[in-house]
Design a protein around this ligand. Structure first.
Ligand code: SRM
Ligand code: SF4
Length: 589
């Protein structure tokens, strides 16, 4: 356990915040456009991040002086398992139009983010989220984050709904209990009148029975997956539950522990890691085992260095056997060894699917999750019309996309017509490479971004589409994921192609991960300027087209050859590649 004197500043802040109050009430009430740094840290636990428009940092006011930061908040709404109603989606689109910057974003953890909410609108935005029986509590901060699970609504394969229920049970069990959320956002500051909060008992007092006064050392992520469909990328979570489904029914789980992707290049003791099998548990032990794991991390996770505070470092430092021993101790019973099951496929659930109850769902790929209206592409308006006319069940995927559920056969042409009428491409209009790509938010709002991501991936896709078609690889299914910094928010390190922002306009290219999400890629080239990414990849794709084995995927091919052989083979075709070969140190990272 970390000695109190060695604890980081954030630990002291949490402790003195009186269960997540800090100075938030006072600062919310003042007229400043922003919160102080300390309060912004506490605010995260309430589901909101303070940001500023980095494009506007250099603008000058009428007096020729720097105009100052243009602050706004991102509000993250938690959507367990990605499941919500059409009314909840519509209401959030209203909030984003009336109180935000008119854009929203489906995240790769099945949440919805409302962007550009100025401080003066924050209370109203969070209040309205709660009015539709949703919450922002714990969408960010050092707690259990949104619990993700396969969203596909397939009744003939009811196991997915079992996973949805399990995700909800974990969500409820680990929701912070502090009444601070209720007091700050849902109590009328003038009358003192209170509103209800989804899943939270406001009368429970100050005590956090699971977290305690300093919550967890860091964010904590759970995911549920099926062996034949790893659409949630289960291995990248602190804890993954891989369902064991012998006869169409979830009897238990292989518990995977210690996944996490963030890397701090200046700290060589940080690394991406995939979760490893810890144990097999029967389904009824889910909550006690999850709680034992969380409590071990609560008590032994690093509270001195936030860069090394995730569960993956505790396991790397102490060993999996030590960790299993502690979990057994906290649980008070033994754990069975994991079963020999593996992930065998990954479906993105895009296109039309029969649900098995006579109804249909349609998976719509949303490029990088962004919901907005712009010239010729009016996705936001299309979503409104779909909700109002067809009243579908809504589900978000962990691939930043949306499923419209419970549709009648007669609804199918109507849905397609609405989408086309608003310039929204249907699944058959989207190339395979674009459909399997993801970018994180990055510039201009993410404070940690060092390069572009969401704003440039579409043009990189335009180039890749042309090159892949020329090589006859247009139908090849592989993942391309781009981030604006090494924190790994769209999981680039286990993708077939990972493009990770390293410094201004330059990226590290990772190859050799794969669609199944069960292997980390390796550094192929480093410090590659954006313009040189596609030229650097084309020779690798050509080599793949010429030398792949029967049925071999792109990531598997790169992994089989290895980075050294790939670079040697492609060197003559990609001028300048030598200059981008990573140093020893980068390879180790
Ligand atoms: Fe993330 C921080 C966006 C999924 C690893 N992430 C951030 C922040 C909040 C920046 C910040 O700290 O101020 C970004 C906000 C940008 C913005 O304007 O919205 C941000 N992360 C995102 C989202 C929106 C990316 C997306 O395009 O979908 C995802 C929101 C998920 C959600 O709904 O909860 C998102 N972030 C992830 C994932 C992927 C996942 O969970 O499946 C990871 C890698 C897995 C992991 O947790 O290790 C991830 N985000 C990070 C990290 C590195 C953490 C670490 O252990 O080092 C940071 C930095 C941090 O926490 O200090 C970070
Ligand atoms: Fe921001 Fe980096 Fe995450 Fe992208 S990967 S959203 S740049 S923290």
């Amino acid at each position: 356990m970390t000695e109190p004197s060695k604890r980081s500043k954030v630990e002291h802040l949490k402790e003195s915040s009186r269960y997540l109050r800090g100075r938030l009430p006072e600062e919310l009430a003042n007229d400043l456009p922003n919160f102080s740094e300390d309060t912004a840290q506490i605010l995260k636990h309430h589901g909101s991040y303070q940001q500023d428009d980095r494009d506007r940092r250099k603008t000058k006011g009428p007096d020729g002086q720097p105009a100052g930061k243009a602050y706004s908040m991102m509000v993250r709404v938690k959507v367990p398992g990605g499941k919500l109603t059409w009314q909840q989606l519509l209401a959030q689109l209203d909030i984003c139009d009336q109180l935000g910057n008119a854009t929203a974003r489906i995240t790769d953890r099945q949440d919805l983010q409302l962007h550009g909410v100025v401080k003066g609108n924050l209370r109203e935005a969070i209040r309205r989220v709660n009015q539709i029986e949703m919450t922002t509590l714990g969408a960010c901060g050092d707690v259990v984050r949104n619990v993700i699970a396969c969203p596909a609504l397939l009744h003939h394969n009811g196991v997915r709904e079992e996973l949805q229920r399990a995700a909800l049970a974990i969500t409820r069990h680990f929701l912070a209990r502090s009444p601070a959320y209720h007091e700050i956002w849902l109590t009328d500051p003038d009358t003192g009148e209170k509103e209800r909060v989804d899943g939270q008992d406001e009368n429970q007092g100050e005590v956090e029975p699971i977290y305690g006064p300093t919550y967890l050392p860091r964010k904590f992520k759970f995911a549920f997956a099926l062996p034949d469909d790893n659409c949630v990328d289960v291995y990248t979570n602190d804890v993954g539950f891989l369902a064991v489904v012998p006869e169409g029914h979830v009897v238990g789980y292989n518990v995977l522990v210690g996944g996490g992707l963030g890397v701090t290049p200046s700290n060589k003791r940080t690394f991406p890691a995939l979760a490893q099998p810890l144990a097999y548990i029967p389904a009824e032990k889910l909550i006690p085992v999850a709680e034992a794991i969380v409590k071990v991390q609560r008590d032994f996770g690093d509270r001195a260095d936030r860069k090394r505070a995730r569960l993956k470092y505790l396991i790397a430092d102490r060993g999996l056997d030590w960790f299993r021993g502690k979990v057994v101790e906290y649980l008070g019973e033994t754990l069975a060894p994991p079963l020999p099951i593996q992930v065998t496929d990954h479906d993105d659930h895009i296109g039309w699917f029969a649900q098995g109850d006579g109804k249909w769902f349609y998976g719509l790929n949303v490029e990088n999750g962004r919901i907005l209206d712009r010239d010729g592409f009016r996705l936001k308006t299309a979503l409104r019309e779909v909700c109002q006319r067809l009243r579908p069940g809504i589900r978000f995927t962990a691939h930043q996309s949306i499923l419209f559920c419970d549709l009648e056969e007669s609804d199918r042409p109507v849905l397609e017509h609405i989408l086309r009428e608003h310039g929204v491409p249907l699944s058959e209009d989207i190339s395979t490479v674009r459909r399997w790509s993801m970018a994180c938010v990055a510039l201009p709002t993410c404070p940690l971004a060092v390069t572009e991501s969401e704003r440039v991936l579409p043009q990189l896709m335009d180039q890749l589409e042309r090159e892949l078609a020329a090589l006859g690889l247009q139908s090849e299914r592989f993942t391309v994921r781009m981030t604006g910094c090494p924190n790994g928010c769209v999981r680039p390190y286990n993708a077939d192609v990972g493009l990770v922002g390293k410094t201004m306009n330059k990226y590290t290219i990772y190859l050799g991960g794969r669609l199944l999400g069960d292997r980390l890629g390796e550094v192929y080239l480093d410090l590659v300027p954006f313009e040189a990414i596609v030229p650097a990849l084309v020779p690798v794709f050509r080599l793949f087209a010429q030398n792949r084995q029967d049925g071999e995927g792109f990531g598997d091919f790169c992994h089989r050859l290895g980075m050294f052989a790939l670079r040697a083979a492609c060197d003559s075709e990609a001028p300048g590649v030598h200059a981008m070969v990573p140093s020893e140190l980068e390879c180790d990272a």
